[in-house]
Design a protein around this ligand. Structure first.
Ligand code: NAD
Ligand code: IPM
Ligand code: MG
Length: 357
């Protein structure tokens, strides 16, 4: 049966990079019997400009009805002074929250061809394969109360609430343990249990669940140390599980181990593997509209969509192999450019992946 994919290009480089992923999907429709229909809609600043909100209710309904959503990125200078309630990022957060996409998988995998594109020494990153499991619908991003208030002395005070309920921690913990079981059976839970009660409880729950997965070796790490260990010795990690904000920060850090933020894909899944797929990076307003962005994180996100939501593991592998071939050919966008390689544009990179399929 035909599966429906909602494409939300968004802002900045979003439309450029999603166009390349759509090219790749269209090629698979033509040649590999991929049975999908794709519909595009607006999110982020692009939606605000038309509807006055960063995600129209009608688009939200389409996302609920779709089998999967592929999103580019949201945000940009133009919308930075808007009230926070209608900022482009709120459109993305609404999609995540209302679709209950609590499990964000961000694989930091180094293509061997890019070992020297990382800012770290090749021997530190060679063979890197980490899966960051980030809780995506709770924590300080969504905690209430929040806001900016004026105190009696006239001073303004900003406040947010860092909160997790036990059930929220349990369900992300199970996703992480199950992922570890399919990989190298090592799980590092990242917290700040030495200071924050919310993560003290997080740590207790991880330990409580661990006996259900006796083969998984579990350790706990404070987030500040984890940030340091990621650059000191990243290959010690297999699966890392953490809350929403720590996961946001550590995944951007981990992206540089793979050569560029332009290589880090992501899948955001609900309890039934329905999902939204998006690169981990943002709308890169500094290079938007210049056909310079690296579309590979988005194309790899489309591969994750085929794997997790569309039941086509074979085509996910095919895309990953095509990307590897293109890197073997020495083609690189500016962010991963290396000596002896040929620099290509965003659309040339997409064309090269299509040709290598
Ligand atoms: N998922 C999302 O939609 C998402 C994620 C992060 C940030 N944002 C938003 O994006 C806007 C810009 O944020 P930022 O500058 O902090 O982060 P960013 O990820 O957009 O950019 C950071 C740096 O990385 C570069 N970069 C990012 N993606 C790239 C790619 N594919 N190829 C080459 N270079 C790339 C950019 O040029 C920039 O120098 C903000 O409005 C932010 O809220 C959106
Ligand atoms: C744009 C922003 C809301 C988002 C986040 O913080 O989750 C982004 O940084 C990400 O990593 O997907
Ligand atoms: Mg981020």
């Amino acid at each position: 049966m035909t599966k429906n994919v909602l494409i939300l290009p968004g802002d900045g480089i979003g439309p450029e990079i999603t166009a390349e992923a759509v090219k790749v999907l269209n090629k698979l429709v033509e040649t590999d019997g991929l049975d999908i229909s794709m519909e595009e809609d607006l999110v982020g600043g692009a939606a605000y400009d038309v509807h006055g909100v960063p995600l129209a209710d009608e688009t939200m309904a389409k996302a609920h009805a779709a089998d999967a959503v592929l999103l580019g990125a949201v945000g940009g200078y133009k919308w930075e002074s808007l009230d926070i309630s209608v900022r482009p990022e709120k459109g993305l957060l609404r999609l995540r929250k209302e679709m209950e996409l609590f499990a964000n998988l961000r694989p930091a995998v180094l293509f061997p061809q890019l070992a020297s594109a990382s800012t770290l020494k090749p021997e530190v990153v060679a063979g890197l394969d980490i899966l960051i499991v980030r809780e995506l619908t709770g924590g300080i991003y969504f905690g209430q109360p929040r806001g900016i208030r004026t105190l009696d002395n006239g001073e303004r005070q900003g406040y947010n609430t860092y909160v997790y309920s036990e059930s929220e921690v349990r369900r992300i913990a199970h996703v992480a343990f199950q992922a570890a079981m399919k990989r190298n059976k090592k799980l590092t839970s990242v917290d700040k249990a030495n200071v924050l009660e919310v993560t003290e409880m997080w740590r207790e729950i991880i330990d409580e669940i661990a006996p259900e997965y006796p083969e998984v070796q579990v350790n706990h790490m404070y987030v500040d140390n984890a940030a340091m260990q990621l650059v000191l010795n990243p290959k010690q990690f297999d699966v890392m599980v953490t809350g929403n904000m720590f996961g946001d920060i550590l995944s951007d850090e981990a992206s540089m181990l793979t050569g560029s933020i332009g290589m880090l894909a992501s899948a955001s899944l609900d309890a039934n593997n329905k999902g939204m797929y998006e690169p981990s990076h943002g709308s890169a307003p500094d290079i938007a509209g210049q056909n310079k962005a690296n579309p590979l994180a988005t194309i790899l996100s489309a591969a994750m969509m085929l794997r997790y939501s569309l039941g086509r593991e074979d085509l996910a592998v095919k895309i990953e192999e095509a990307i590897s071939k293109v890197l073997d050919q020495g083609l690189r966008t500016g962010d991963i450019m290396d000596a002896g390689c040929t620099q290509v544009t965003c659309s040339e990179m997409g064309d090269a992946v299509v040709a290598a399929l």
